[in-house]
Design a protein around this ligand. Sequence first.
Ligand code: 3PY
Ligand code: MG
Length: 254
Amino acid sequence: MRQNSLKARLKAGQPVLGAFINFNSPTAVEVCGIAGLDFIIFDGEHGPLDPETCEHMIRAAEVAGITPIIRVAQNVQQVILRYLDIGAMGVQLPMTNTLADIQAAVQAVKYLPIGRRGLAGVRAADYGLRGSFASYVKQANEEMLLITHVETVEGVRNVKEMLSVPEVDVVFIGPTDLSNSLGYPGQFDHPVVAETIERVKNEIIASGKAAGTIARDGAAAKALIARGFTYLASGVTGLLASAVRQYVATGRSQ
Ligand code: 3PY
Ligand code: MG
């Protein structure tokens, strides 16, 4: 496994910018990398992406120098394994609500002696053709990023104990699900939603982990970085839509 520059930058407290993609396009991944994004999250939670399509998009990410992360829908070892084996540099797990959820994630994402990830000569391990399994296992345990979500009332209630797990690198506040769970779907500026996000963000940062969330555009990312968030994700569909809208609006204005 290669060095994970995204993990190194987050550990150093530097902000990083990425985007979710939920459709199959290695070309879009390459464009995002060459255009300057730091990471791309293949969204296996919301959307049709499966390990076979993600494998080709990971190849595109490697060509373009953008770190490939996978959001896996199920916190199940054998499901997570299939996305790890194709070469993802990080796993992002939604709906992690309890300490047991976090411990299950660590078991799936790390090899022995930390976890129980299954070992084979797969793409992530350069098909077993470069170096020893011993050095691969050690490097994979060091370099793999683990990102968990806080996005429910239950998750907010359990955030302190979830933050006690050292193998979690980034905790991502999902504002859409959290606003829904709090009873204010989509009302991100509602005082209850905004105050909850601010409080959880402060707890994440105080624990020494990186805080992540959605930044729909550049202005939002800038404001969130000023508040201490360092892992910011937009969406490829939203970025495309706003570029098209801006093109049309400017081109038609006389
Ligand atoms: C949320 O806002 O709930 C997310 O998970 C972001 O994709
Ligand atoms: Mg969510």
